[in-house]
Design a protein around this ligand. Structure first.
Ligand code: PHE
Length: 444
């Protein structure tokens, strides 16, 4: 006998878990510097348009595939087509993409865990600490990286082991509000910093001359990454959603929360950077792991600030990581009838091993030198767009209309938008993503 599909405890559980998947390292590290470098407020407007016209329709589409079939990506697309159909390859692609992303996401989250640990022990605020050096040493140490990568994966597996209701739902309900409280606290703190005005101006001020052609592409790519679409996570989460919950309504709330957190991220980060002339709103993870600690360490209550900041990062990363692990786990359970325990341990263990080259990639001149950023390039520039195009075309053109229509309308306050949604999904979403993709591979 097939066990009934697991379900979220409530619609709120789904929204918090979905927002947990979306809110991650991307909001706090990628969004602020991308916005800052691409014209600030103009970029934010472009980004909002991408969220509304590309991200939101596809998110709802992914959730619809999941709920309509009650299956994880491969089984879901198979159920709507047939075994061996071309479309099923997009299901496989999402699993490969989720596993690839998690393999190195866990290494970066491991740094956050290590920093959180050092902020609790007081090591991070020791006098004379040079944070650039700490970060360089962290990246260059294979043992440190492997240890924290393992610790973070173990934590992720532990949550996923609990299942949908007692693992994903319960932990999202705890971690997401905690994250919002910590983030709000940091925003209030940043409001009183000397660099607030300059930081605000840099992140949010409108500077149209700095908005280039590539900025639009950066906006689409960031919207994808940040909203967690094209990875099968929203599809899988949708497969646990009750029949009459409003999918469009939930998607709007998830997109809104994710965007608000990204904007709050800017409000925290830039005032800190601009309070100290020696810091730069530079690119990449150094912003979080070197510049921010350098600034915070010079402030009153430095220990508390650093602790809150790094726990915030760990919480944000954890709720994203569990959604990524759930994709292969759900597949193994559906396909092979494995127990959740076996599926979580095997998939989590395999992804840990997959992450080893990333964990060792900071060793100068080593075998895997730079691997983590190459993998990030493959995932962000190829896997995300390809599966995004596939999934949008699938929902838009191939999925049976009655099913699509039914699930869009069921319990929804947004029934009148069905036509608009379908048009976006059929044309705007795939074309928008294709432009990004072609650009990434150098065609346009
Ligand atoms: N949205 C997450 C972030 O912003 C990353 C992510 C992508 C997580 C896809 C799950 C699936 O960090």
């Amino acid at each position: 006998m097939v066990a009934p599909r697991a379900q979220w405890n409530s619609k709120l559980g789904f929204i918090l878990a979905g927002a947990g998947a979306a809110v991650g390292l991307g909001n706090l590290w990628k969004f602020p510097y991308i916005a800052g470098e691409n014209g600030g407020g103009v970029f934010i407007l472009a980004y909002l348009a991408c969220v509304v016209f590309i991200g939101l329709p596809l998110m709802a589409g992914e959730i619809i595939i999941g709920r309509a079939t009650q299956k994880s990506p491969v089984g879901a697309i198979q159920a709507l087509t047939h075994k061996g159909s071309f479309w099923v390859s997009f299901g496989w692609l999402t699993i490969a993409a989720a596993a690839s992303l998690l393999s190195y996401y866990s290494v970066i989250a491991g740094w956050a865990m290590y920093y959180a640990f050092m902020s609790v022990t007081g090591e991070l605020t020791a006098a004379g600490t040079v944070y650039e050096d700490v970060f360089n040493a962290t990246q260059a140490s294979g043992a440190t990286n492997l240890f924290w990568h393992a610790a973070f994966m173990a934590l992720t597996i532990a949550v996923v082991l609990g299942g949908v209701s007692k693992g994903l739902d319960r932990w999202s309900r705890i971690l997401m509000p905690a994250l919002l409280i910590m983030l709000s606290g940091l925003v209030v703190h940043s409001l009183f910093l000397e660099g607030f005005g300059r930081g605000f101006e840099f992140g949010i001020g409108i500077r149209p001359d700095e908005f280039r052609a590539t900025s639009m592409l950066a906006a689409v790519g960031q919207a994808f990454f940040s909203l967690s679409i094209g990875m099968g996570t929203m599809l899988t989460y949708g497969s646990y959603l009750k029949r009459d919950d409003d999918i469009m309504g939930a998607s709007i709330q998830i997109c809104a929360l994710d965007t608000v957190v990204a904007l709050m991220g800017c409000l925290v980060i830039f005032p800190i950077i601009f309070t100290y002339p020696e810091l730069e709103p530079g690119q990449g993870p150094g912003l979080l792991f070197a510049s921010i600690p350098t600034g915070m360490a010079q402030m009153p209550f430095a220990g508390l600030l650093l602790t809150v900041f790094f726990f915030l990062l760990v919480f944000a990363a954890l709720t994203s990581a569990i959604s990524l692990l759930e994709v292969p786990v759900s597949f193994l359970i559906d396909r092979f009838g494995w127990t959740r325990k076996k599926a979580a341990v095997v998939a989590g263990g395999a992804i840990f091993l997959y992450g080893v080259p990333s964990a060792l990639s900071g060793i100068e001149g080593g075998l895997f030198s730079g691997f983590i950023w190459q993998l990030d390039g493959i995932v962000s520039n190829y896997m995300f767009p390809l599966s995004g195009i596939g999934l949008s075309l699938f929902v838009g053109w191939r999925m049976p209309d009655t099913l699509r229509h039914d699930h869009f309308l069921s319990g929804s306050k947004f029934k009148v938008f069905y036509k608009a949604w379908l048009t976006l999904l059929r044309f705007v979403v795939p074309v928008g993503i294709a432009v990004v993709f072609l650009n990434a591979i150098g065609v346009v």
